[in-house]
Ligand binder design. Structure first.
Ligand code: AMP
Ligand code: GLY
Length: 421
């Protein structure tokens, strides 16, 4: 099969790495890809992944059998609809289904209508009404912009003043913030369950946990994710069963009842409150960096599973996972998620690989034959081992080999897992 992979982050490198292991693969292209992905795929520059017509034209010219869409923007922008209209298979959901991530209001109202457990909420387009509601509910309370705001449109306010200010800050998110959701604060531990689905059958992957805050001990600002590990012991067998029966199966059925067939990867961001999972958010794609911890544990053929999602015969797939654990530590540019320097040379990638790490490039570039930094999250270093404890030891040994100026990373990725085992 000829595959076109859309995207350029650590998640897409993990997808490329796993797809490349499939005997079904003939040739892979990545648009735009990155220097890590280039090991497995021909990287294609000069075409915007948000230009549906141009992507379709490229796929036709190269006889692409299936397009795998990594990031949310092209999904929300209807790339899969355009591909399918042109008769090209895709792994990824259509525009109507991507609203589950693209509009928090759509997701919340759908969950309410179908009784899927999530935080109580109200929607406002008038800031004063939102503030009055906040005063009546009290703090802590959560304020969210409606649309895609690159993970930044959420403010968890610990006191009333912060909550009132948060309503005013929503203006900074432009169109995404013109409507706001005010939500009950859920007190618990978070976990991410990614699932394969063809719109009928839904098969959860091994549960993972992200680390959204910048610094150790979950301090500092929210980021795109500073590390992840799997399996997450907070998702016990009982929690996993509840998530499957009360969240994953019902949301796919709810979408179907609304005339939407969801195909691709569905990401459920959960809060485990007193042993019961509740939905924080849905994403219409693989998680980043969860994918960099989850896919290394997948023993089955990813391409075959993706094909089944696209073809609607996922029920026939038996998906096997490794018994071990995986920990992914993100190495970020100093200053991220605010301004940071670029083009800093990176050393030690091969030495880390020699110690057994799988390295996923997230924000790198090649400059005169040297790998340099080019983004906020630069590399994901993943180590696999027999359990979380030994995987943590291994991953930090590997991280110790890698250097670039102002490199920042968390020292406590997966530490939470140890208290849960
Ligand atoms: P979201 O973009 O909706 O995933 O929100 C970003 C982060 O804000 C989540 O990962 C949680 O840590 C936090 N968060 C969002 N909603 C809630 C909530 N209702 N209660 C507690 N924390 C929340
Ligand atoms: N790890 C969070 C996300 O992918 O949205």
């Amino acid at each position: 099969m000829n595959i076109l992979l859309i995207g350029s982050g650590g998640r897409e490198h993990a997808l490329a790495w796993k797809i490349a292991q499939s005997p079904l693969l003939t040739k892979m292209y990545a648009m735009p890809g990155n220097p890590g992905i280039a090991e497995f795929a021909e990287c294609v520059g000069g075409i915007s992944i948000n230009d549906n017509a141009a992507v379709v034209k490229f796929a036709q010219e190269k006889n692409i059998d299936m397009v795998v869409v990594g990031p949310e923007a092209p999904l929300v922008n209807g790339l899969v609809d355009a591909l399918e209209f042109a008769g090209i298979k895709a792994f990824g959901c259509k525009k109507s289904a991507a609203q589950i991530e693209g509009s928090k209001i759509f997701a919340k109202q759908l969950m309410k209508k179908y009784g899927i457990p999530t935080a109580k909420f109200e929607v406002f387009d008038n800031p004063d009404a939102a503030k009055n509601y906040i005063r009546s509910e009290g703090a802590p309370i959560v304020i969210k912009a409606d649309g895609l705001a690159a993970g930044k449109g959420v403010i968890v306010a610990q006191d009333l003043d912060a909550a009132i200010n948060a309503v005013d800050e929503m203006k900074n998110f432009g169109a995404a913030g013109s409507k706001i959701v005010v939500e009950e604060f859920m007190d618990g531990e978070e976990a991410s369950i990614l699932a394969f689905t063809d719109g009928e059958t839904i098969i959860p992957m091994i549960a993972a946990q992200d680390h959204k805050r910048l610094n150790d001990g979950d301090e500092g600002v929210n980021t795109g994710g500073m590390g992840a590990y799997a399996p997450a012991p907070v998702v016990t067998e009982k929690v996993a069963a509840l998530a499957n029966e009360k969240i994953l199966k019902p949301i796919i059925a709810a979408l179907r009842a609304e005339g939407i067939i969801y195909r691709g990867c569905l990401y459920a961001g959960l809060m485990i409150v007193n042993g019961e999972p509740k939905v924080v958010e849905f994403n219409a794609r693989f998680g980043d960096p969860e994918t960099q911890a989850v896919l290394p544990l997948l023993n089955s053929d990813l391409l075959e599973i993706m094909l089944s999602c696209a073809n609607g015969d996922l029920a026939k797939q038996k998906i096997n996972w490794s018994e071990g654990a995986a920990v992914c530590v993100v190495l970020a540019s100093g200053g991220y998620p605010k301004a940071y320097k670029k083009n800093l040379p990176i050393s030690g990638i091969d030495a880390a690989k020699n110690l057994g790490a799988v390295i996923f490039h997230a924000g790198t570039a090649e400059l005169d034959g040297q790998i340099v930094t080019s983004g906020g999250r630069v590399l994901g270093v993943t180590a696999l081992d027999k359990n979380i404890k030994s995987a943590i030891e291994k991953v930090y040994k590997c991280v110790g080999e890698i250097h670039f100026e102002n490199m920042h990373y968390r020292r406590d990725i997966a530490a939470k897992a140890l208290k849960n085992v």
